[in-house]
Design a protein around this ligand. Structure first.
Ligand code: ME8
Length: 645
């Protein structure tokens, strides 16, 4: 029977072209808690996804000569592949470009507008384009964006506003009376003293200077500004505004939103206020975790100091990377990443403590008892303490995870591992094996070791999925009754007489010096500036003015555009050329959407012999300039049908 529901979310990621291990930190944590809740009997909903709107993304796509959606599809596929490699067990992946999400966000906008919580005004502010944030004068750092340090521009536009100020008192009351709602606790004071008490300004929730966003449902030419769109993902994924039954009724309010510390403000002030305005409960908890830093600062692609999780997984395995991230750093605090810290952690905890315990135990059962696990015999002085430590661990793990203390939870499990290793040193089975009089004691030791390992394998399964399975293979138990979480409270369920079989080392010991050199060489290779290959396109053979005069160029207005029925790369355009209309088929689908084309004044080669392109008539062609992957249509702002010469 289910113990209840558990809804955990990660932030939805900006699809920058590559995610680094800093990004994977939130997801690995969410994955661990989701797996933990599942094995302990909860009905879990784990949501992640991508945050795909805004000017920054439109700009990046443009730089690459791609339509934003085409660009995004590629990047999102890479992100999903990374999560697959990292075995992230999400239940749903939301994209803010999903039609369903867009429709639901528009309904949210409308509800807030009709309620009077969204109103129209004009915004003048200091805007940082890369961060998509408006800032006030006092927030700037040395006159620049406080987040990225780049210059800001004064921007003024008509815009819709959310009445954030209306919720100031309610927010203050919520945070003051429910400090558990935000962890770590220090963040509660930060929100109250730095943001709420000084006074909340209403929040701009629409933009009209770019169009890559969800259209405002009540006025053309405006798109919904990113945070309202992005934050709503946590409820649109559950089917909001349908609240009566289904996922929303089941899982909302979320048990925890896991977020990086820099976006706590958005999640506890803006998001809580939006939820208050919608009259729905706020999440039970927001946890703002720290950053993983490299010497020299936060990991960031733009600074060029990213650590690629795929490289680390290829070398040490997915379990090692996940274990390291969760164990090494205290979840609410910043931590420094270095290769050396990573390798030492893998060697000490995984290769030595856990790997050795399993390999020594299975070897001894093979050597002393022909691989058959004996029934426990005469007690040794050390059994009781081992049993106590092993069977009380799950309760301690539970307490730690209740506070999202992943490192502490793993430490509780490692206490059992270290206690079991100590049990070997205390009982010295190799000495017992020398004297037949100690056979019964040796049986006890071997049984206790195997049963200890079984309990450890049960406890690690939410964090080290493969390792738990590899242990089960060696001690020959199947997933099921003997691996269920509840069996970690009981010592002695391992079936006597089972034949074990040694496998490969769980975590081969790393030669740290050699490995550090190998990693350094890899990173140097990655840093080596690639030879820029500049494509030189030679000019065509000379022509005379008479040759050129044969080409009849006219301006034309695109009045309709649509997809080609049988070719992905082609679009079919209807052009107004003076009084006449023409149909032209053009290979620009990768670069323009039909909506972007309508209204453009393009240049037509009007006397080109008509042809059929994949079955559709094309009466001429339109001019475009290309540079590498980038393509842009040549336009001329003049009456259609004008002669170009
Ligand atoms: O903020 N260490 O997306 P994002 C730890 N789209 N965490 C890090 C990190 C590091 N070095 N670098 C990034 C966004 N992160 C918005 C969220 S939610 C409605 C919208 C974390 O791709 C960062 O703190 O910039 C954040 O929690 C997450 O990665 C996504 O960052």
């Amino acid at each position: 029977m289910s113990k209840g529901t558990y809804y955990v979310t990660t932030p939805i990621y900006y699809p920058s072209s590559k995610l680094h291990i800093g990004h994977t930190y939130t997801t690995v944590a969410a994955d661990a808690i989701a797996r933990y809740k599942r094995v302990t009997g909860y009905d879990v909903m784990f949501l992640t996804g991508t945050d795909e709107h805004g000017q920054k993304i439109q700009n990046v796509a443009k730089e690459q000569g791609l339509h934003p959606k085409v660009f995004l599809d590629g990047v999102v596929a890479d992100i999903k592949k990374l999560w697959e490699t990292m075995e992230i067990s999400y239940d749903d992946f939301i994209r803010t470009t999903d039609e369903d999400h867009k429709r639901r966000v528009q309904m949210i906008f409308k509800t807030l507008y009709e309620k009077g919580d969204i109103y129209k005004g004009a915004y003048e502010g200091l805007y940082c384009t890369p961060c998509e944030s408006f800032w006030t004068d006092s927030q700037l750092k040395d006159g620049n964006c406080p987040d990225c340090g780049r210059p800001v521009q004064v921007t003024k536009e008509e815009a819709y506003f959310f009445k954030l100020s209306k919720y100031q008192d309610q927010l203050l009351e919520l945070l003051e009376n429910n400090p558990d709602i935000l962890e770590p606790k220090s963040r509660v004071n930060e929100m109250i003293n730095n943001f709420i008490k000084p006074g909340l300004d209403d929040l701009c929730v629409s933009r009209s200077t770019f169009d890559w966003g969800i259209p405002v449902p009540i006025e053309e030419g405006h798109v919904i500004y990113v945070w309202l769109d992005a934050l709503s993902n946590y409820i649109t994924a559950l089917g909001y505004p349908e609240v009566k039954d289904g996922k929303f009724a089941n899982y909302w309010p979320a048990d925890v939103h896991l977020v990086g510390k820099e976006i706590v403000r958005f999640h506890t002030i803006i998001w809580f206020a939006i939820l208050m305005a919608l009259d729905i409960p706020v999440p039970k908890k927001v946890f703002g975790h720290g950053w993983i830093l490299l010497e020299g600062g936060k990991m960031s692609k733009s600074v060029g100091n990213i650590v690629d999780p795929v490289v680390l997984i290829e070398r040490y395995g997915v379990d090692a990377l996940k274990y390291f991230l969760l164990r090494e750093y205290t979840f609410g605090q910043d931590g420094l990443f270095t290769n050396e810290v990573l390798l030492n952690r893998i060697n000490a905890d995984l290769a030595n403590d856990l790997g050795n315990l399993v390999s020594r135990t299975v070897s001894m059962v093979e050597k002393y008892r022909d691989a058959v696990v004996p029934a426990s015999g005469e007690a040794t002085a050390f059994d009781e303490d081992l049993i106590r430590v092993a069977t009380s661990a799950s309760e301690l793990v539970d307490k730690r995870l209740d506070n999202l203390d992943f490192s502490g939870a793993l430490e509780e499990i490692w206490k059992v591992i270290r206690r079991t290793n100590k049990y070997i040193d205390e009982t010295m089975p190799w000495v017992l094996a020398k004297d037949v009089a100690d056979a019964s004691k040796l049986d006890t030791v071997l049984y206790h070791l195997v049963e200890g390992i079984r309990i450890i394998s049960v406890l690690i399964q939410p964090f080290l999925f493969h390792t738990s399975r590899k242990i089960w293979q060696q001690i020959k138990i199947e997933e099921g009754a003997l691996t269920a979480w509840d069996t970690s409270f009981t010592f002695g369920v391992y079936p006597v007489g089972t034949k074990v079989e040694k496998g490969e080392a769980l975590f081969p010991r790393i030669d740290i010096k050699a490995e550090l050199e190998a990693l350094e060489a890899l990173s140097q290779a990655g840093k080596a500036p690639a030879e820029a290959v500049k494509e030189v396109i030679p000019y065509k053979p000379e022509i005379t003015i008479d040759d050129f005069a044969k080409v009849d160029l006219r301006t034309a207005k695109v009045i309709a555009a649509g997809a080609h029925p049988s070719a992905d790369k082609l679009l079919i355009l209807t052009l107004q050329v003076g009084d006449e209309q023409r149909q032209v088929v053009s290979g620009i689908a990768k670069h323009y959407t039909p909506e972007q084309l309508v209204g453009l004044d393009v240049i037509l080669v009007a006397n080109l012999k008509p042809v059929k392109l994949r079955g559709e008539l094309s009466q001429g062609m339109i001019l475009a300039a290309t540079s590498g992957e980038v393509l842009t249509l040549v336009t001329a702002d003049i009456a259609s049908g004008s002669v170009v010469s």
